[in-house]
Design a protein around this ligand. Structure first.
Ligand SMILES: Nc1ncnc2c1ncn2[C@@H]1O[C@H](COP(=O)(O)OP(=O)(O)OP(=O)(O)O)[C@@H](O)[C@H]1O
Length: 470
């Protein structure tokens, strides 16, 4: 199997019809089970046109939520299978029959004296048996977080709350899960992501089930809450969380929190909550150094080799290549090994180094992507001869609006930032302003060659530090 064949196989995928079930599976893997179950599972496929795909959801709220947070990632996944699709459109199709079914279930369960709401939580309280302390590999960057998690599992309320933070894919969920696993025999454990907490919270308000919601969360012995940064800006949810949190600490329950940043860096989260977080034990997980990366690669390769009865022998050279090149996160590292193993099983041979480069192309690119919003803003400001404070101001003079829209457009196409993230970097503008800016520039590009020229020029400067080539 040559690199050309592999590339061809990847290309061949584009000629097949879009299989929504496959895309849903990818969304689940890429964005995680919680986000998938809460929002993405509700998306139905309607039809595929030349350049866009039409999907449906049942309410405007769900559409807006998905559009503002996950649209980019969904499009990226869709493009893997159909690179010609450039847009996703949503249609609202109300699902009365689904609501009726849900109401009937509620009634049935109420009759049987089983709390509907409680069961709903339990469905999402699944602890993953594969993420344990004994398969968490430690190194300098995560040792402290690991040891603190072990301590909490041995001695509840010793450090309360325990707050673990670190970048994406560094092992925070793995540690929270391990704590949950080791304490669940003797304690009532609740493991939930902040996103799911929010979803249940909104659902309980809508269905007048707040009492049960409060009771359920306040009755737990161990509350593990993942990705707390997600609460940003959601005042009502923060209020509820704060009271739940205090009630739990008062009764001696253990609270463990994970986030992508330190408590004092959390944005749009009430100060009293941040200060509560900072009052417990705060530990971070840093980026893995080479030593840890190579330990993980070695151990995971050995595990998989044993699992597949010694049929997969990934050479030291390849192990070293992966450990050196994939530095972004442990998730990428583990993903890379899994991909190499899948390749070996499909093609019945271990890939050589040049094949590895094809198989892991997208992962290897991640580390090289150095385009930041700051770079885009500065380059655009220099190009249009305006200052950065003018660009970020709220002034609407024409000589500022176009450069601002251009910078927003370039951020959208050159980075993987979501619309709200881009909005925040442009002085907290709303995501609808961001959508409007992108659409305006797209339209202008179609009819104004000067605009196309400017955009190409700017793209070159940002990506390659060159002025005139594309
Ligand atoms: N030290 C480690 N040893 C073994 N596996 C690890 C380690 N750290 C992370 N992993 C694995 O890497 C993957 C990503 O880890 P995890 O989901 O815990 O990251 P995270 O920090 O919670 O990321 P996110 O912020 O995206 O939720 C998981 O499959 C996890 O089991």
């Amino acid at each position: 199997m040559t690199s050309k064949n592999i590339t061809q196989n990847i290309k061949d995928l584009s000629s097949e019809a879009l299989d929504w079930a496959v895309i849903q599976k990818d969304m689940k893997n890429k964005l995680g089970r919680d986000i998938y179950e809460s929002w993405l599972r509700k998306i139905d496929f309607v039809e595929e046109m030349n350049s866009y795909v039409l999907l449906s959801v049942s309410t405007r709220f769900i559409r807006d939520w998905i559009t503002s947070r996950y649209l980019d990632q969904i499009l990226q996944i869709v493009k893997i299978y159909k690179k010609d699709l450039t847009r996703i459109e949503f249609k609202i199709i109300e699902k009365n029959s689904e609501n009726e079914i849900e109401n009937n279930i509620t009634k049935k369960e109420n009759n049987e004296n089983v709390s509907f709401i409680k069961d709903t939580y339990l469905q999402y309280n699944r602890i993953d048996p594969n993420k344990r302390f004994d398969n968490f590999i430690t190194g300098t960057s995560n040792k402290l977080a690991y040891e603190a998690s072990m301590k909490v599992s041995e001695n509840i309320s010793h450090y309360n709350p325990l707050y673990i933070y670190g970048g994406v894919g560094m092992g925070k969920t793995h540690l929270l899960n391990s704590i949950g696993l080791s304490l669940k025999e003797k304690n009532k454990v609740m493991f939930i992501s902040a996103e799911r907490f929010m979803y249940q919270f909104v659902k309980s308000i809508k269905s007048n089930d707040m009492v049960k919601f409060k009771e359920y969360f306040r009755n737990t012995d161990i509350l593990l809450i993942d990705d707390i940064q997600f609460m940003n800006g959601k005042e009502a949810m923060q209020e509820e969380f704060f009271h739940t949190f205090n009630a739990l600490l008062d009764k001696g329950s253990q609270v463990i929190i994970s986030a992508d940043r330190a408590p004092n860096k959390l944005s749009r989260i009430q100060d009293r909550i941040k200060s509560r977080f900072a009052g417990g034990l705060v530990v971070d997980i840093q980026k893995p150094d080479y030593e840890l990366r190579s330990k993980i690669v070695k151990q995971k390769t050995e595990e998989l080799n044993i699992f597949y009865s010694n049929q997969i022998n990934i050479s030291e050279e390849i192990q070293k290549f992966i450990s050196t090149e994939i530095t972004t996160s442990i998730r990428e590292l583990v993903g890379a090994i899994n991909r190499v193993v899948s390749f070996s099983r499909i093609y019945n041979k271990v890939p050589n180094l040049s094949e590895i480069k094809v198989v892991l192309k997208d992962l290897l690119n991640i580390g090289e992507n150095k385009v930041t919003i700051d770079l885009i803003q500065s380059t655009v400001c220099k190009f249009f001869k305006i200052s950065k404070s003018e660009m970020l101001s709220s002034r609407r003079s024409r000589y500022l609006v176009r450069p601002r829209q251009t910078a927003i457009y370039l951020t959208k196409i050159l980075t993987s930032k979501s619309l709200p993230e881009i909005g925040r970097e442009f002085s907290n503008r709303d995501h609808t302003t961001i959508i409007h800016s992108v659409k305006t520039i797209e339209k202008l590009k179609e009819k104004d060659p000067e605009m196309t020229n400017n955009i190409n020029n700017l793209k070159n400067q940002i990506l390659y530090n060159k002025e005139n080539e594309i």
